[in-house]
Design a protein around this ligand. Structure first.
Ligand SMILES: [Zn+2]
Length: 191
């Protein structure tokens, strides 16, 4: 592909959406990005959107999904928070993406060196403000993980399960995938 997926053209299957994401990450990893056509995309998306995929990833500045999936404006619907937690806001957002915008897949992407998960795994306690509650949301899903890397993967899988088992998400029939992003190489591994 020599340009981004046309944001005005609907993707109608999960397989196709997954393929587009895999191809985008391959382009990113090989430094073979397609040229951005933002101006053209603005015109096509000013009053409508049909993002083919919905993505939950960490707020970490080093894992921007539009970049590591090499996607343009209008292609992916993104929710980000520290630890890529499928909280109420994320679930509601994805319910909207799947049911109304017709996104074909939901993908949860965790990443190496995720500070939120590493701190939850280390058993951090008594943190001020909302920090502790955030780590407490991560803790149940990583119980028993024997390394920080395994804790990060366990967290991603736990968030996938939360989304998969949510009745409103289930009702849309949209599949939920997990992936692990390597900050050093830019490579995404599907779980
Ligand atoms: Zn993170």
């Amino acid at each position: 592909m020599n340009k981004h997926q046309d944001p005005a053209q609907k993707v109608t299957s999960a397989d196709e959406a997954l393929k587009l994401l895999k191809e985008g990450n391959a382009r990113f990893v090989s430094n073979n990005l397609v040229p951005a056509a933002y101006k053209e995309s603005l015109e096509k998306t000013a009053t409508q959107q049909s993002p083919f995929a919905a993505v939950l990833t960490c707020a970490d500045s080093r894992c921007p999904p539009e970049i590591f999936f090499d996607q343009g404006i209008g292609n992916i619907f993104v929710v980000r928070n520290a630890g890529n937690i499928a909280d109420r806001e994320a679930i509601g957002s994805f319910q909207y993406a799947a049911a109304v915008l017709k996104s074909q897949i939901i993908v949860v992407v965790g990443h190496t060196e995720c500070g939120a998960v590493i701190n939850a795994h280390a058993g951090a306690s008594g943190l001020p403000g909302e920090l502790q509650g955030m780590l407490d949301d991560i803790a149940p899903g990583i119980k028993g993980a024997d390394s920080k890397e395994n804790a990060i993967i366990a967290n991603t899988k736990a968030q996938v399960e939360i989304l998969k088992n949510n009745p409103a998400i289930k009702e849309t029939g949209v599949p939920v995938y997990g992936a692990h992003y390597d900050l050093a190489s830019g490579v995404l591994t599907w779980l």
